[in-house]
Design a protein around this ligand. Structure first.
Ligand code: ACO
Length: 434
């Protein structure tokens, strides 16, 4: 195998030596000291590309939005730690922070809340779409389709104020779309947004209020929901966010880009993991609660079973979101007096995995999804809606990343290369000779 050699010459340049070529490459250092070698000119100068399947070692952009240190378990939005934001802030304030770059003043926050409330209604014609989805349709599929549908009601504009208006519309309407898709799936009448309620309380009201009895939003659930949304609000260049940027890099509109992100999030290795965790815990409980058996299956390489909710591409010591959410799950279950056999199994699995050689050696720890499902369950959210909750939380992050990508003069259409490994030239064989 031919080899190349990369030498970092100090802090601002590197040299790549490959097959007789020597190329000087700029080194970029981020505000937290992260170092990246800019390889964008390597192909032009040497005819060689870099190969990084899964992009685990590739930066696709420079970004001011979210900082993660996977070794130390640090997550910050625009410089503010996730712990501080969870303790002091609200999802709406965090959304403003992500989208606009700074915490809002009292006046800015008030205006933002006002705008969100006054754009939360859906065009009545949009309700007709819900009528035609099969009742068993997965809510993530309904959500991504409905977000694309928004672009047919609110055509794209290149004017900054129109883009800002579409951002408000999307933030305001996603909750209504989510709640309506749930009501449709259980055959109940839609509940319209109520402007006297907070953003989160309004969502819970649209989900659970019935015309037959008064519904009071529990402050415990309201706070827990807000916390869950904050924890999921951004996570830099993960699969769905990179999808939003990739689709948006072609000039596709906000709704189309976010809809693609929702589709990417639906996979079980990404946002779908919280649903997969509950399904796994339920399977273990139904099978008599023998968690040791499932630990053994997770470690057996010939068995496709994986311990869902464990492991993370970036966090290799602990996921800071999992710590916060674990405590919140305990508090909510205590306050609501809920005993959940799934939580017991989850705790056993976590305890064993944290001491087990297989998991310790591979640095596999519980991720945010390991406990979020338990919390959603306690709140009465059905399992197939968990990933939709994740999408609601991630929306301001996707919007911030889309906006940043659009305003960055360095943005080009995403167009990765490949190493072709298929057949070399073959002469066409007429069908009668095959
Ligand atoms: N259970 C058992 N073994 C695991 C698990 C797991 N959950 N996760 C990783 N491993 C093993 C792999 O088999 C591999 O072992 P090997 O080195 O002996 O071959 C090693 O740990 C490294 O795993 P990779 O899959 O290479 O790690 P990667 O960084 O590519 O994957 C991922 C990360 C996808 C999250 C993985 O850990 C996984 O599938 N976890 C379960 C799904 C999950 O919880 N996803 C949610 C992620 S968080 C989020 O999206 C919000």
């Amino acid at each position: 195998m031919a080899m190349a050699k990369l030498t970092i010459d100090g802090t601002d340049s590197a040299t790549l030596t490959t097959d007789g070529h020597e190329v000087d490459l700029p080194v970029i250092t981020g505000s937290e000291g992260e170092v990246g070698v800019n390889i964008s000119k390597v192909r032009a100068q040497t005819g060689t590309i870099t190969l990084d399947v899964g992009f685990g070692n590739t930066g696709s952009c420079q970004s001011d939005i979210t900082f993660i240190d996977g070794e130390q378990g640090i997550l910050r939005y625009r410089g503010y730690s996730i712990e501080d934001l969870c303790e002091h802030s609200s999802f709406i304030e965090v959304s403003y922070l992500l989208i606009h770059g700074n915490l809002p003043t009292a006046k800015e926050l008030q205006q933002f809340e006002y705008d969100l409330k006054h754009h939360s209604l859906l065009h009545e014609d949009m309700k007709k779409f819900f009528e035609n989805y099969p009742r068993k349709a997965h809510p993530m599929s309904v959500l991504s389709s409905m977000v694309t549908t928004l672009s047919t009601f609110y055509p794209e504009s290149t004017e900054a104020d129109q883009i800002d208006l579409n951002i408000i519309r999307l933030m305001a309407k996603l909750d209504t779309l989510t709640a309506f898709s749930y009501r449709k799936s259980v055959g109940q009448p839609y509940v319209y947004p109520q402007n006297h309620l907070s953003f989160t309380a309004n969502f819970l009201n649209m989900m659970f209020a019935l015309p037959t009895e008064p519904y009071q939003v529990s402050p415990t659930l309201e706070r827990a929901m807000d916390l869950l949304l904050i924890l999921h609000a951004d996570h830099e260049q993960n699969c769905s966010t990179s999808t939003v940027r990739m689709v948006g890099s072609s000039g596709a509109n906000l709704f189309a880009s976010i809809s693609s992100g929702i589709s990417a999030l639906s996979g079980p290795l990404h946002g779908g993991a919280n649903q997969a965790v509950i399904n796994m815990l339920q399977m273990i409980v139904d099978d008599g609660g023998d968690y040791e058996k499932y630990m053994a299956k997770a470690k057996d390489k010939s068995d496709p079973f994986r311990l869902m909710g464990f492991g993370h591409r970036v966090y290799k010591n602990f996921d800071p979101r999992a710590r916060i959410i674990k405590k919140a799950a305990d508090d909510v279950l205590d306050e609501l007096g809920i005993e959940d056999p799934l939580l017991d199994v989850a705790k056993h699995l976590e305890r064993i995995a944290l001491e087990d050689e297989y998991f310790v050696a591979r640095r596999l720890y519980p991720n945010v999804d390991f406990y979020s499902g338990i919390l959603y369950r306690a709140m009465g959210i059905p399992t197939n809606m968990f990933t939709v909750m994740f999408a609601m939380g991630r929306l301001p992050g996707w919007i911030a990343q889309w906006k940043e990508m659009r305003s960055d003069p360095a943005t080009k259409i995403f167009r990765p290369r490949q190493i072709y490994t298929g057949p070399t030239y073959r002469a066409y064989t007429p069908i009668e000779n095959r």
